[in-house]
Design a protein around this ligand. Structure first.
Ligand SMILES: C[S@@+](CC[C@H](N)C(=O)[O-])C[C@H]1O[C@@H](n2cnc3c(N)ncnc32)[C@H](O)[C@@H]1O
Ligand code: SF4
Length: 455
């Protein structure tokens, strides 16, 4: 069985260009590659979610597991961000925290939860560091008390350095957090102010350095590239600033503006210059990638680098593979027992469902029968190397061989090197890795559907 590459448009599979890094695809449309799933109707969601939690599928017992807990508050909305949900106020946060702890204890008791071990826990947002120091400690402690964690389980607290006091750091460590991921975006004061980030460069530099110097846990930073006012020179200074802080790892994310992020409106009104074009962002990625190589900072995935071995980025790599992710909280998403889950996004709906003793599910899907295969594809592209041994079989044939026409095409247009058992993305391929993963999944999905129709 094989497929005809000619049936697919160059906007999907990429186009030959003398400059593949900047022009192999038109632009990155979303942050993650996906795969189709079948929606579960509202009235069935509670029953199925309950069944998955109370009568776990034992064939999945050895799957890696993650716990994702969402904190849907930020003190100020950044102009570029699509993740913003609610403005933080003590009253709202405290009410939410109490519902969250109720859900956490309920989820911890379930047979599904107790049947396996968790390899990574991630408290994301929003801005989890907008909880109080005591709440952060309580949350960490509850996770360790109630959930079966692997001995080397990575427990990450995401947030920002604004108001991240020594007291909060101390309480978080006491609670058991062993990794901290801070969104910095850019150190440059003009870039920061125009994006509505709190604190100027000197404050951020000083705080991150002081946290990193304690060496109490890996400190990891998120940097964006492509923000208004952030030209190549500014970005290079951001990279040097990262090095100067001694932080243990860094994510370099290309800015992708979507949804209702306020930035485009501000650009339209002429209040700020436009963000970088895709070819300019490709040049920034090139600069970032070369900078890391020059400083011997180890690349863990297409967008993540580690300066020392303490930084493993377990959650990020596991959540992109076949790992199951148990979601907790308002706006949390995950997947368990072959179902995709999205919790209520509004606080009122979330709090009300917890008060009623219900599971706070808003959307549920039955994952595609080949979801594990799609996840392996996604994870391979995210890591920059697609391995024959990890792709599995399609109708008795190695999927790696089935993809040969596509992989050869990508070698031909300068995105990758095809070896007998590996497809190795080069710099251009790593920049376009999400588009490539999307193309591979789309082709596989289309061909599987046609096979089904024909049979
Ligand atoms: C959910 S946010 C939470 C971070 C934290 N609240 C902060 O403000 O630093 C996680 C990361 O997503 C990234 N992000 C946010 N908006 C983005 C966008 N429009 N394009 C690409 N990455 C984005 C940022 O790097 C951010 O640090
Ligand atoms: S970047 Fe962080 S603080 Fe800013 S709006 Fe997004 S989630 Fe909130």
């Amino acid at each position: 069985m094989s497929f005809q590459l000619e049936n697919y448009d160059s906007s999907v599979i990429g186009i030959a260009s003398p400059d593949p890094l900047r022009f192999a695809f038109a632009k990155k449309t979303s942050a993650h590659a996906g795969g189709m799933a079948r929606p579960i109707m509202g009235e069935q969601q509670q029953a199925i979610y309950t069944q998955v939690l109370t009568q776990p599928d034992t064939s999945r017992i050895n799957n890696k597991r993650c716990l994702y807990i969402h904190i849907p508050f930020c003190r100020v909305r950044c102009t570029f961000c699509n993740f913003f949900q609610n403005a933080a106020s003590r009253k709202l946060v405290d009410h939410y925290f109490s519902s969250l702890m109720t859900e956490l204890k309920l989820k911890a008791k379930q047979p599904w939860t107790q049947q396996g071990r968790f390899h990574a826990v991630y408290i994301g947002g929003g801005t989890p560091t907008d909880l109080s120091p005591d709440q952060i400690q309580q949350l960490g402690q509850a996770i360790r008390d109630y959930f079966p964690l692997e001995t080397d389980c990575e427990i990450t607290l995401e947030g920002r350095i604004n108001r991240f006091s020594d007291e909060m750091f101390g309480k978080a460590l006491e609670g058991g957090f062993n990794r901290f991921s801070f969104g910095i975006q850019s150190f440059n004061t003009q870039v920061r102010r125009s994006a509505k980030r709190l604190d100027d460069r000197e404050v951020v530099l000083e705080r991150v350095s002081s946290l990193a110097t304690t060496d109490a846990a890996p400190i990891v930073l998120d940097l964006l590239f492509g923000l208004p006012y952030q030209d190549l020179e500014v970005f290079e200074q951001d990279l040097k600033d990262f090095m100067s802080t001694g932080a243990h790892g860094v994510d370099l994310y290309q800015l992708v503006i979507g949804g209702d992020a306020p930035m485009l409106n501000l650009v339209e009104k002429g209040k700020i210059p436009p963000p970088a074009s895709t070819p300019d962002k490709a040049s920034m990625y090139e600069l970032g990638s070369n900078f890391m190589s020059k400083h011997y900072v180890k690349q863990l995935s297409c967008s993540h680098w580690a300066r020392d071995n303490r930084e493993r980025s377990q959650y990020n790599s596991l959540a992109k593979t076949y790992a199951e992710v148990l979601p907790i909280g308002c706006g949390a998403g995950g997947n368990i027992g072959g179902y995709g889950l999205m919790h209520h996004r509004t606080l009122d709906a979330y709090n009300a469902s917890i008060e009623k003793g219900e599971l706070p599910v808003a959307m549920m899907t039955k994952q595609h029968a080949q979801a594990d295969m799609f996840a392996q594809i996604k994870s391979g592209f995210d890591s920059g190397i697609i391995r024959r041994s990890e792709l599995g079989l399609i109708e008795g044939q190695d999927l790696f061989d089935w993809f040969n026409p596509l992989f050869k095409h990508w070698q031909g247009i300068g995105l990758a090197e095809l070896e007998s058992d590996f497809l190795v993305l080069n710099l251009a391929g790593r920049f376009w890795s999400v588009s490539m993963a999307q193309a591979a999944i789309q082709i596989l999905q289309t061909e599987l559907q046609q096979m089904l129709k024909a049979s």
